[in-house]
Design a binder for this molecule. Structure first.
Ligand code: FES
Length: 133
């Protein structure tokens, strides 16, 4: 039996389906209500969406409100292995990959293995909209 010079119809259809899934995973995730993000550029979020004594991951940033009316922001990449942190609790910004956690107030390390604080970002308030850059 000789090899086929062209891919079979099944191979072509499977490849097209995989490509469609890959494209959708990259661009079909719904944005959270009230937020805008354009990759690594400035991101906006409604101040009311950031809980007092907690925070949220917004685009490529973590936005916190350690006390009422005080907003802080940090890059979302854990300083241990440069992977995205996973969640924000009422106690810390948490990277569950290896257990590091960071302060809501200044991004400093609370528990390792990370040794460096999260990278600070700038928060600018305009009415009820926060712009993070
Ligand atoms: S990448 Fe965050 S703790 Fe290892």
């Amino acid at each position: 039996m000789s090899a086929q010079p062209f891919p079979s119809r099944r191979t072509v259809l499977n490849s097209a389906g995989l490509a469609a899934v890959t494209i959708c995973l990259a661009g079909c995730a719904p944005a959270a209500a009230g937020t805008t993000s354009s990759g690594s550029g400035p991101t906006t979020v409604k101040a009311a969406e950031i809980p007092v004594g907690g925070g949220r991951i917004v685009g490529q940033f973590v936005v916190t409100q350690p006390k009422a009316g005080t907003y802080e922001a940090f890059g979302y990449l854990c300083t241990h292995q440069n992977l995205p942190v996973q969640r924000v609790t009422d106690a810390a910004i948490v990277c569950g990959r290896h257990g590091s956690s960071f302060s809501l107030a200044d991004g400093s390390v609370l528990t390792g293995p990370a040794e460096k604080a999260l990278t600070r970002a700038t928060v600018t308030a305009d009415g009820d909209t926060l712009t993070i850059s």
